[in-house]
Design a protein around this ligand. Structure first.
Ligand SMILES: *[C@@H]1O[C@H](CO)[C@@H](O)[C@H](O)[C@H]1NC(C)=O
Length: 442
């Protein structure tokens, strides 16, 4: 009984520690502070400068965080900032690796200039032409990338001019920085946002835009006007958002009802507040392994010495490449590789999936196939390895010896001579019908 209660107490302590550790571990992040160079005459030159910066993240102005930690010597003390993030988006585990880990989260801070958007579904947010005094402050746009692509966050922060204590006003985050999906199933790209409810900018409403980008080509997938609560633009059938979760939990995840090959690419989730925007870009890849079929099916009986042609077609797969090969498993249960065969080029079906095939010329005289066995076509693909098999039966399995072959050639010669002799006898008798007979026999 005492044992049991001790275990119980210990587990309580452990749970308490866990909660404590999870809730109180806001990181100190080393970042790049990147800004455009100001050229002579005050204009922006287009070139950028980058300096190291240090961000102390905390949940609220009271919590101490790790401020006692001294800034590394290579960081200019003027570039040490405090970010207060009440939603704790920046305190997630992926941005806070254990101390001493070699891999570090990526982080970049840029100065940000609040301005009204000209996008159709966003302009409603800034209808009053006056920009609030609230905007006269120091604004940063920062992007963070957690370890192993687990998390991406973008945050807009504000500090009173001259202060280095920033408050997160808007943050957008995603947990599907590199997503994969099979074909034909629903796929959800995660995106969530948080807007400081005490900011005068969050009372007017928000807008959301999902953009698709592939090889320099871009288009709007779905745009949502949060002020009128309407889908403002949609260019993709079956693309939806959870319109309740949108307002209740800031969940603006995009769901594509049926994944297609052409959905592979980059998706950018942008959330707009009046004058502000934050965005996270993520990758989606549609990965579908091939279906294999072997022709002819079933395989014909093979005679020793004969060459058997076997075709294997891999279809419905994406993306390229695919690695095709052949294997033979004999009666002894051992597998032997037979090489790749003659692999064809690939072509694309109307749904964007690929088709490719390979032909095996199986020379039964060169290989010791015994009574036959199992011929397999193996396809190695990013979506998994697939194989198709067919039974190959070899008749007269002992295989002809040299003497047997010689005897067969001898018999053939004798037969040939006999036929020749017979036909000669007939033709010399001068009959036309016999001539035709001769041709037929040949
Ligand atoms: C957000 O919404 C999507 C559906 O649109 C859902 O699959 C997902 O679980 C939601 N995420 C959270 C954190 O609620």
């Amino acid at each position: 009984m005492t044992n049991f209660s001790t275990i119980y107490k210990l587990s309580l302590v452990a749970v308490a520690c866990l909660i404590h550790a999870c809730s109180s571990s806001c990181p100190v992040l080393e970042c790049w502070f990147v800004q455009e160079k100001v050229g002579r005459g005050g204009g922006l030159t287009g070139a950028t400068t980058q300096e190291k910066a240090l961000l102390h993240i905390r949940r609220d102005a009271q919590s101490q965080g790790a401020e006692s930690q001294r800034a590394p010597s290579d960081i200019n003390p003027d570039r040490v900032y405090t970010f207060t993030d009440p939603a704790a988006t920046l305190c997630q585990h992926a941005l806070n690796p254990p101390r001493g880990s070699i891999k570090k989260p990526l982080c970049e801070v840029n100065p940000f200039l609040p301005q009204p958007s000209s996008l159709k579904w966003v302009t409603t947010l800034t209808e009053s032409a006056l920009s609030p005094v609230y905007l006269e402050a120091e604004w940063f746009s920062s992007s963070f990338q957690g370890l192993n692509d687990q998390l991406g966050v973008s945050a807009i922060t504000r500090a009173p001019t001259g202060s280095k204590e920033h408050d997160v006003i808007l943050s957008v985050s995603s947990k599907t920085m590199s997503a994969q999906s099979r074909l034909g199933v629903p796929v959800t790209l995660d995106c969530g946002f948080w807007a400081d409810p005490s900011s005068p900018l969050s009372s007017t409403g928000f807008a959301v835009e999902w953009r698709y980008q592939f090889r320099g080509d871009g288009r709007v997938v779905l745009a949502y006007d949060g002020k009128t609560d309407r889908v403002a633009d949609s260019h993709e059938e079956g693309a939806t958002m959870d319109f309740e979760g949108l307002h209740e939990r800031g969940n603006v995840s995009l769901t594509l009802q049926e994944a297609k090959v052409r959905h592979s690419g980059t998706y950018i989730c942008t959330v707009y507040l009046p004058y502000l925007l934050a965005q996270v870009a993520m990758e989606l890849e549609i990965v579908e392994p091939p279906s294999l079929s072997i022709h002819p099916s079933p395989l014909p009986l093979a005679v020793p010495g004969q060459t058997v042609n076997i075709q294997c077609e891999a279809s419905g797969f994406a993306p390229l490449p695919l690695e095709l090969s052949w294997e033979f498993k004999g009666a002894d249960g051992k597998s032997r590789p037979l090489g790749a065969g003659s692999v064809s080029g690939h072509w694309q079906a109307s749904d964007g999936t690929f088709i490719q095939s390979t032909r095996l010329e199986l020379d039964t005289s060169k290989l010791d196939l015994g009574t036959g066995g199992e011929i397999s076509c193996v396809a190695v693909h990013a979506g998994g390895t697939r194989r198709a098999s067919a039974i190959l039966s070899v008749i007269g399995f002992s295989g002809p010896s040299i003497e047997d072959s010689m005897a067969m050639v001898g018999v053939a010669l004798v037969l040939y001579g006999l036929i020749k002799f017979v036909s000669w006898t007939f033709t010399s008798s001068g009959s036309d019908t016999a001539g035709t007979q001769d041709k037929k026999e040949k």
